[in-house]
Ligand binder design. Structure first.
Ligand code: TRP
Length: 338
């Protein structure tokens, strides 16, 4: 069986939350332990800077937070290469060559970028680096010869862009230099988690998240104010299960599906209070998040060790990326002094 190479990553714009855990982090632990699989996990600080040029401090601080979250959920540096994007100069160099293969119109058509342009209110002042980040993402992916890229739906256009670059490059230079990657989307119902307010996906900007680093009290407080059914006022009133965030979470996190089914029936009949339900969810969430938080606290006490891990990972990643860059320059015929 040929080897699976996985590359994925996150923009460091804050701490990671339960939505990240359900949507991607949990799956990475599974992938990490697969036979015949090599995984690279990148902290995409350069990409984060493309729309945070005026607030670099936030990005730099978040690099450490995201690294702590990775180690806390069980990414194992002995198995997985964890690295920081900006420490791999080969990625920027690859980006430079790929930029010539992509038109401005093509970049402007990227649906995810289009959405971001609207929400970020750049107006006429779109940073060139921001518009070009899908090209830099193609460099991230191809530098490690990734065969599989596990990401959310919103990253589909980035993978399409990467595949176009790979095909164009290999065609122009008449050699199968770059590896064509495949997107791996989350399984049904494993996509991004709804926020505690029920208003949309869990996200920092909506301020509706439970963070992997939250204290037991914070977790409990957030669960107690979770959105349920606003018309379910007295315990004996019949309540709505659909759109009820507590039930959405129980469906995902409660291992006892039979009891959840009974609770739903009872809730719809009337006679089951929100508080009782929330306390049940609280217990489940505390149990899930306790070991993660404790591991995180341990690593947070030893930042030097965290940076040692990131440095080792980045050195390793640099070696791999340098090999690809060399092959790319060979194919292009620009290794003049070889
Ligand atoms: N675009 C991704 C995000 O917003 C981060 C990212 C950068 C990435 N480079 C990547 C993801 C390469 C997968 C592969 O979260």
């Amino acid at each position: 069986m040929s080897k699976k190479i996985i590359l994925t990553g996150d923009r460091p714009t804050g701490k990671l939350h339960l939505g990240h855990y359900v949507g991607s982090l949990k799956n990475r632990i599974k992938l990490q332990n697969e036979e015949n699989t090599k995984m690279f996990v990148m902290i995409a600080d350069q990409q984060a800077l493309t729309d945070n040029a005026d607030n670099p401090k936030k990005i730099i601080e978040s690099v450490t937070e995201v690294a702590l979250d990775y180690l806390a959920i069980g990414l194992n540096p002995a198995k997985t290469t964890i690295f920081i994007q900006s420490q791999i100069p080969q990625l920027a160099e690859l980006t430079m060559y790929y930029m010539n293969l992509v038109s401005l119109a093509r970049l402007q058509r990227n649906p995810t970028v289009k959405q971001e342009l609207i929400s970020k209110n750049f107006g006429e002042s779109i940073p060139a680096g921001f518009l070009a980040y899908p090209i830099s993402q193609a460099a991230d992916i191809t530098a490690f010869e990734a065969t599989h890229v596990p990401v959310g739906e919103d990253q589909k256009p980035m993978l399409e862009q990467t595949r176009e670059i790979v095909r164009d490059f290999n065609r122009i230079y008449q050699k199968e230099v770059l590896t064509l990657p495949e997107i791996v989307l989350p399984e049904k119902n494993q996509g991004r988690l709804i926020g505690i307010d029920g208003n949309g996906k869990m996200s920092k900007s909506l301020n509706n998240g439970i963070y992997l680093s939250d204290s037991p009290d914070e977790i409990k407080a957030k669960i107690m104010k979770m959105y349920t059914d606003p018309n379910h006022i007295r315990v004996e009133d019949p309540g709505q299960v659909k759109g009820n965030v507590v039930f959405t979470y129980l469906d995902i996190f409660d291992p006892n599906k039979e009891e959840v089914a009974e609770l739903k029936a009872q809730y719809e009949r009337g006679g089951l209070g929100d508080v009782k339900l929330k306390l049940r969810l609280n217990e489940i969430m505390q149990e899930l998040l306790r070991p993660i938080r404790e591991r995180r606290e341990e690593f947070a006490k030893d930042k030097e060790e965290v940076y040692r891990i990131l440095k080792l990972g980045s050195d390793n990643a640099k070696e791999v990326a340098a090999k690809t860059l060399d092959e790319v320059k060979d194919a292009m015929g620009i290794n003049y002094f070889k």
